[in-house]
Ligand binder design. Structure first.
Ligand SMILES: [Cu+2]
Length: 433
């Protein structure tokens, strides 16, 4: 079959974008930030939007393509999200070939109103494609259909167009987000990232375990020492999800053959997808231990860019002071595989899964439902298994273990690899100092 020429496709895409503009997305760069909303710039690490306590905020992402650097020295072609340049005039030129893996981390607060704009800068390396993109808050319970990102039922964003999502965030927890357009392909290509909604309990003080319950929290490692926290994963009512430091370990995987065929404009082998490379935060061991960013230099010189231009800006080396409570936000964004992860010598206390607290107890919440108490299914374990799209919140009480370097890795040993290199992939260190 003769394919239409690139110029025809571009004209078609532009015509489609223009015709749909009043309904779904505006052709051009039009991030929306209504009066009273605080615009969010990049965070200090350059791997997500900055946090704000403002009741109404706005952010701006781009969707496009780019490359990541693999530990073996190879590169991998990706689709991905990036933080948009604050100047709309620079969004296209800075957004092209600037995809990040994983996608920028989004951190919001319960009850916040969020205006999140997405501009599609196109896939410059695949000008034969005119794919739209979208943002889907995976597992988020209160998405309006039009903002849900599912192409059959929601707005999607054509090349050269912008669309603004709106969420009133009433449900705290650890979520993931991804593009929902041709989801298997776009997610395999890298359009996935983490999304946290901080609970309104943050900023209050709870001591866990309470003195009366200390005995009930004893196990083979001894009793859990009471500790006061002011940051929490959930509205737990008793401080059980309280932590001092948090770290995100996002598990994912690529079929490098799929990515190479994609880069070479070949038919894609959906029926035989298999993970050749596995990652934590976009890096395979030993790159997971790099404190610095990992990057593939984009082919377009962009020396004046104000935004961090790393393709993989998320560190995955975890460093904690002994005695601190560490919250590990574990998520699996692979579209192919389950992963079981462990950190030998460290005790995992599971306090959340699927963006739900492990002991929903509305009676303990301010304004909750008196008498409505549900089962406590928090538990201690040495390993956690996550399927694609799952997230689990784990607390590590580091006062219970000696200082030292602990290895976090997948026990699915066939995935401890960077392609043909063994002993790579999903492995990093948790250092207790
Ligand atoms: Cu997409």
């Amino acid at each position: 079959m003769v394919k239409p020429m690139k110029s025809q496709l571009q004209r078609l895409a532009l015509a489609a974008a223009a015709s749909l503009a009043p309904l779904v997305a505006q052709a051009g760069i039009y991030p929306e930030c209504p009066p009273g909303a605080v615009p969010l710039g990049p965070n200090a690490a350059g791997n997500g939007l900055e946090e704000s306590a403002a009741p109404r905020v706005c952010g701006h992402l781009t969707a496009g393509d780019g490359w990541i650097q693999l530990p073996s020295g190879e590169r991998s072609y990706i689709f991905g999200f990036s933080l948009a340049d604050p100047d709309p005039a620079n969004v296209m030129v800075r957004g092209i070939f600037n995809a990040k893996f994983p996608a920028p981390t989004l951190v919001f607060r319960e009850r916040q109103e969020v205006f999140l704009s997405l501009s599609n800068v196109g896939m410059a390396h695949r000008p034969d494609l005119f794919d739209p993109h979208s943002i889907h808050f995976h597992g988020y319970p209160q998405a309006s259909a039009v903002y849900d990102g599912v192409p059959e039922a929601s707005a999607t964003v054509n090349m050269g167009s912008s669309f603004t999502y709106f969420y009133k965030l009433n449900d705290p927890g650890t979520y993931v987000y991804h593009c929902h357009v041709e989801a298997t392909e776009h997610m395999q290509m890298g359009m996935t990232g983490n999304l946290y909604v901080r609970p309104r309990q943050d900023g209050s003080a709870f001591t866990f375990p309470a003195a009366a319950l200390a005995g009930a929290q004893a196990d083979v490692l001894g009793p859990l020492a009471p500790r006061t926290a002011s940051r929490f994963a959930y509205n737990d009512g008793d401080g059980s999800s309280g932590y001092d430091v948090e770290a995100a370990l996002q598990l994912s995987s690529f079929d490098q053959g799929f990515h190479l065929l994609h880069e070479a404009v070949q038919p894609l082998p959906f029926e035989s997808l298999r993970s050749t490379h596995t990652f934590i935060n976009g890096r395979g061991y030993p790159d997971t231990l790099n404190q610095a960013t990992t990057s593939f230099d984009p082919p377009v010189p962009d020396d004046s860019a104000p935004l961090p231009e790393s393709s993989q800006p998320n560190p995955s080396l975890v460093v904690v002071q002994r005695g601190q409570r560490l919250l590990l936000r574990l998520s699996n964004l692979s579209v192919v595989d389950y992963f079981t992860v462990t950190a030998l010598g460290l005790d995992f206390r599971v306090v959340g899964a699927g963006a739900s607290h492990t002991r929903a107890d509305p009676a303990r919440l301010p304004g909750g439902l008196p008498g409505v108490v549900t089962k406590d299914w928090s538990h201690r374990t040495s390993s956690v298994t996550l399927g694609g799209g799952e997230a689990v919140d784990v607390i590590v009480d580091t006062d219970r273990v000696p200082a030292g370097t602990y290895t976090f890795f997948t026990t699915n040993l066939q995935y401890l690899s960077n392609g043909s290199e063994d002993r790579g992939g999903i492995m990093t260190h948790i250092v207790v100092q």
